[in-house]
Design a protein around this ligand. Structure first.
Ligand code: HEC
Ligand code: HEC
Length: 250
């Protein structure tokens, strides 16, 4: 009893914030077109679920729901299935429910608390298309080259740094560089990714050993030695830097 009450109160609070964000109260009355959520779920609870969708994907209601001519919450047709994204979201909801019931509860015999359950945010972490930073940069590179990949990194970092959406840690650009470096004609671009990484991680020994290996592949032994030396200055234990300097300085 108490739980339902608390839940509904939170839901109506969330509803007011949603209204504040988009202006005008949403259409009232019980939901008419629920196909995955329980058909008789009260509107307040549906709203709470919807806040989870919007927050999980980092979008607003109109990403999935059609707006009326006035572009207000009041004129939105939430029951309509016109938008493709709403249809995908329904299948995603089915999938998430299956993961929690079939795969976790039934297969593993575990029951997760409500907060620990798999929801939209588990995969989407605040973006509509959940992809790793590496995948985003590889796509940017394949479509328009190194400048584009660098620009993409800067833009994503500007927008998402500090959020869960992408991993801007030390290793991401190192991984992108090592993928690029597998093809000989992409080796210079791989070095660019490592240079970019140094802007944000100037004391990254692994970035310098990457630069060393890349320079070596390009035939620039002097640059390779300088990079391995820099790696060793930063991390006197770096096995890679020690080994390579041992070989190169002979
Ligand atoms: C990622 C897509 C997505 C977003 C974003 C989203 N919704 Fe929904 N919404 C759905 C889906 C899917 C359903 C239908 C669920 C079902 O069939 O069980 C739905 C159903 C609803 C319904 C019930 C409509 C009816 O009459 O059947 C309401 C009301 C609603 N959403 C409001 C909102 C509000 C308000 C927001 C913004 C805070 C929002 N939604 C954001 C996908 C979305
Ligand atoms: C198990 C991981 C996972 C979960 C959980 C998940 N999604 Fe997704 N979702 C994906 C992946 C992967 C894609 C495709 C991304 C791409 O195209 O790069 C996707 C795509 C989508 C899209 C299409 C986006 C677009 O613009 O093309 C929508 C809408 C969506 N999900 C909604 C949801 C909603 C709502 C939930 C929660 C009910 C949810 N997803 C839960 C992994 C997940």
């Amino acid at each position: 009893m108490h739980r339902t009450f608390a839940c509904l109160t939170t839901a109506s609070f969330l509803m007011t914030t949603a209204i504040a964000a988009q202006g005008g109260p949403p259409q009232q009355g019980p939901p008419r077109n629920l196909q995955v959520l329980p058909r008789d779920m009260p509107r307040g609870q549906v709203m709470q679920v919807m806040r989870g969708f919007a927050g999980g994907l980092g979008v607003r209601c109109d990403y999935c729901h059609v707006e009326g001519p006035e572009k207000t919450m009041q004129s939105m047709d939430f029951a309509s299935d016109e938008k493709e994204t709403k249809k995908i979201a329904r299948e995603m909801l089915r999938m998430a429910m299956d993961i929690n019931t079939k795969y976790i509860t039934q297969t593993m015999g575990r029951t997760l608390t409500e907060r620990a359950q798999v929801g939209c945010i588990t995969c989407h972490h605040g973006v509509p298309r959940p992809r790793t930073l590496q995948a985003e940069l590889a796509a940017a590179y394949d479509s328009a080259g190194a400048d584009n990949a660098v620009a993409k990194y800067r833009a994503l970092r500007e927008q998402f740094y500090g959020r869960a959406a992408y991993d801007f840690g030390e290793m991401s650009l190192v991984e992108v560089a090592s993928d690029l470096g597998r093809k000989p004609d992409q080796r210079r671009d791989a070095l660019r990714m490592l240079q970019l990484n140094l802007e944000f991680y100037p004391k990254s020994a692994v970035t310098y050993t990457g630069l060393g290996s890349g320079s070596l592949q390009l035939g620039d032994t002097a640059a390779a030695i300088a990079s391995f030396q820099r790696a060793l200055d930063i991390d006197p234990d770096s096995p890679m830097a020690k080994r390579m300097l041992g070989v190169l300085k002979k």
